[in-house]
Design a protein around this ligand. Structure first.
Ligand SMILES: Cc1cc2nc3c(=O)[nH]c(=O)nc-3n(C[C@H](O)[C@H](O)[C@H](O)COP(=O)(O)O)c2cc1C
Length: 194
């Protein structure tokens, strides 16, 4: 697969088979992330890998608890951006399943030392490397920004240090839904001075 084919065909996948990835596959995905460039070559990323179902469910429940409180709150529309989004989140919460990590067998939390300059950009670059490499290997992925709503003590309990903060979560696994629709606006060149 050419790099452009990988970029074009990578989708955020929200349905996973329970089949585990091997440790070797997971390590290779993480190493693809660690190959990313970073400001001053700081490599601020640290990875917490979770393949334990109970631990994943614990995190998921923590995020769902937070979301339930927010969608029922006075500022729900402002918090979620629109009434449609509030309704979508409510519907997902009613499903009573892992609607945060989509039942994926591998969750990766990307954590950094608090207030690291450029860490969001650096970690974002690592994340895309990981998603693209996974895609090339026939492995589905999705970024999980919602993981940041997990209670801090829950994140500490799975291995985050007191000095750290969570950038985002990611999920990896096999899926038969890797060919979702692409929704892009390519009209984003604001100005081209020649
Ligand atoms: C920083 C970031 C956080 C995201 N968080 C979530 C999330 O919590 N749950 C989810 O289902 N998708 C999440 N996504 C995936 C986006 O919704 C998705 O990339 C976007 O809709 C475009 O779809 P595509 O990735 O299939 O092209 C996130 C993406 C990014 C870059």
């Amino acid at each position: 697969m050419s790099i452009l084919d990988m970029i074009r065909s990578r989708r955020s996948v929200r349905s996973y088979k329970p089949d585990f990835l091997t440790d070797k596959q997971i390590k290779a995905i993480l190493e693809a992330g660690m190959m990313a460039p970073s400001a001053h070559n700081h490599q601020p990323w640290n990875f917490i890998v979770i393949t334990n179902r109970d631990a994943i469910n614990g995190l998921s429940a923590s995020v769902q608890g937070y979301l339930l409180e927010k969608v029922s709150g006075e500022n729900a529309i402002a918090d979620f951006g629109s009434e449609e989004r509030v309704e979508r989140v409510k519907k997902r919460l009613e499903l009573k399943e892992d609607t945060v990590f989509y039942g994926a067998p591998c969750v990766v939390l990307v954590v950094v030392e608090k207030d690291s300059a450029y860490a969001p950009i650096d970690c974002g670059m690592a994340a895309e490397n990981m998603c693209l490499y996974a895609r090339e290997q026939g492995i589905a992925s999705c970024m999980i920004g919602y993981a940041c709503h997990a209670a801090r003590e829950e994140l500490i309990s799975v291995g985050m240090k007191e000095s750290q903060e969570l950038m985002f979560g990611m999920v990896f696994g096999y899926s038969d839904q890797m060919d979702g629709e692409v929704d892009r606006d390519f009209n984003k060149i604001q100005k081209w001075l020649k």
